[in-house]
Design a protein around this ligand. Sequence first.
Ligand code: TXA
Ligand code: MG
Length: 323
Amino acid sequence: MSNSPFLSSCTADTIRDAAAALRAGHLVAFPTETVYGLGADARNPTAVKRIYEVKGRPSDHPLIVHISSINQLGKWASEIPDYAITLGRNFWPGPMTLILKRTDMAEDFITGAQDTVGLRVPSDPIALALIQEFEKISNSAIAAPSANRFGQVSPTSSSDVYEELGEFLANSDIVLNGGNSSIGIESTIIDCTGSFPTILRPGYVTKEEIYLKLGIQCEESSTQSPIRFSGSFEKHYAPNCKVILGEFVLNGAGLLALEEVETPENMIRLGSPKTLEDFARVLYSTFRRADRQGLASIVVHPPKDIGIGVAIIERLKKAEQGR
Ligand code: TXA
Ligand code: MG
């Protein structure tokens, strides 16, 4: 796999080449601190169309536009409330996506024809370098969903991306190799189009942290939300094996549980995270390991429902419904 023409380790030269490939309308998968993204020029409808084809994703499902700094916000978003600026100043670069009213820069093919756009400044240094380089040579930014087939588990390494999408990518596309994603689950998505912020998808940046740090109270989304966001489809984040959430003993099943939990006889220990942060980091790679080992099911002991545990449980519940 390391001989694949798609996979490049990241030097200043490869980042420049990757930015040029985006400019030429090709796709570039790149690491972020959350999960790997499948990037295209956010102003190029043909390139963006390929993202949907490669992912097998319905085209009305909007994409996050990745920008290099909060200074780019006004280019893509309008009617930005003060609390959104405060959120951006305090949590960017980082694992947070803000949904805002769009400007003409974000066209229907990015937003799924909604009048809002999702924006994020990732903190991963390779992601930031790529976005900066691309912004330098274009008047654009990088549209990128997670680099997995629709409904599948998000990739947290370049080899995961290759496994998911290799057969659908073209020779001129690139997968940048930046090691393992440090957070491991997708960004917190916050709707900033109302008079107060609403969390649409929980993530590493939590409601509690936002309140403690900034005194800003976020609502949590109701499932009736009129806007389309991740996980609004039943099947999501799902491996091929069956995910069973709870402290069950099941012969021959895989097991993911905190380190202190002992492995029952005849279960196959796949992961032993020490903390909630570890749990998030290993979650998707553990799902992939279960599939690679051909297991029929994986039992996951749910983590505590606090901090990033909320986001982990949300993903686990969706994965449980998955198959
Ligand atoms: O951490 C992340 O957010 C990763 C990395 C690559 O940045 N990206 C990611 O993208 O998870 P994706 O497309 O797999 O999930 C983003 C979700 C989508 O389900 C999409 O529906 C939602 O964000 N979204 C994007 N723009 C939106 C908008 N204008 N309104 C509501 N939801 C939006
Ligand atoms: Mg996704």
